[in-house]
Design a protein around this ligand. Structure first.
Ligand code: GUN
Length: 291
């Protein structure tokens, strides 16, 4: 069984990106610039955004973090996005989700210029993805594709089962795996909360992507011997014995599932790190598109 280590895979990508940025800077150009907007005090979101900003700095990107109070008016947020859209020195814009209830996620996503949509959530980006056109791929599915590439995992002709149909992960993942790409060409089944016989379908998976957000949902009796398992879950589960009072758990019961698999991603240290790599690659793409 192979552990698909996100650290080595993401570090390799970051090293490549750092060298590319250094070359641009040597040529007298400015650095790529990611602007992140964080609203409220969601501690998981705080952690994710801090990690995105830190990773930008590590590879020589500029980053700007804009914070808003939980009660910010939707109009104020939309105005900030318009300002970033118009700034020629901002390449990528991301608004960390989830948003407070009084703000329309759809309005916010559609306010971001598709040219700077490094999360790949804008309907224009999604439409291009579906049609197989060059676009910004949502960072987590993109990171998973990069991981499959890093570990030379053959996907052609395999049955991929994706659990979860979110716009952020499951849906775009199902599109990528079914697309005519080097790490695509799978036959894909997209499962969700209304799927009957989920266990039977999972047992048919050569490649199983768990992205439903329920800690340790996927058990050993749902996984075929020799399958490849990608765990997208990052739930915080209370644990008074842990230093922070919680532990991060994936959607897969790793200890019992791992021995059955050909390859599996750990949590933490798997897909999460690849998500950042995907975001950084999108930001560099937005930058080079604008040159
Ligand atoms: N919340 C959870 N995942 C993501 C992501 O990839 N991008 C943004 N903006 N918010 C998220």
């Amino acid at each position: 069984m192979l552990i698909l280590d996100g650290k080595t895979a993401s570090n390799e990508i970051k090293t490549e990106l750092k060298a590319i940025v250094q070359q641009f800077v040597l040529e007298g150009k400015r650095s790529p610039h990611l602007a992140a907007i964080l609203i409220g005090k969601n501690s998981a979101s705080e952690t994710y955004v801090a990690s995105k900003v830190k990773n930008c700095e590590e590879i020589g990107f500029r980053s700007t973090l804009i914070r808003f109070d939980e009660n910010v008016a939707e109009s104020e947020l939309l105005q900030a996005i318009a300002f970033l859209n118009a700034d020629p020195e901002v390449d990528g814009i991301l608004v960390q989700l989830p948003l407070p209830k009084h703000i329309s996620e759809q309005k916010v996503i559609e306010a971001i210029s598709p040219l700077k949509d490094v999360d790949g959530f804008h309907p224009v980006s999604v439409g291009k993805l579906v049609q197989g056109l060059p676009t910004f791929i949502p960072a987590t599915p993109y990171g998973i594709m990069l991981m499959l590439e890093h570990f030379s995992i053959e996907t052609k002709g395999k049955h991929a089962v994706v659990i979860g149909r979110s716009n952020i992960v499951g849906r775009p993942m199902s599109i990528l795996l079914s697309s005519n790409l080097k790490r695509g060409n799978c036959t894909v089944t997209l499962c969700h909360s209304h799927t009957p016989n989920l266990k039977e379908i999972c047992l048919q998976a050569d490649l199983l992507v768990a992205a439903l957000g329920k800690p340790e949902f996927v058990k050993a009796d749902m996984v075929k011997e020799g399958a490849i398992v990608i765990d997208v879950g990052i739930s915080r589960v209370d644990d008074p014995t842990a230093k922070k009072g919680y532990r991060i758990k994936g959607d897969v019961a790793f200890a019992e599932v791992a021995p059955k698999t050909a390859a599996i991603t750990p949590v933490p240290g798997g897909v999460g790190l690849m998500t950042i790599a995907g975001l950084l690659k999108n930001t560099l793409q937005a930058y080079t598109n604008s040159l």
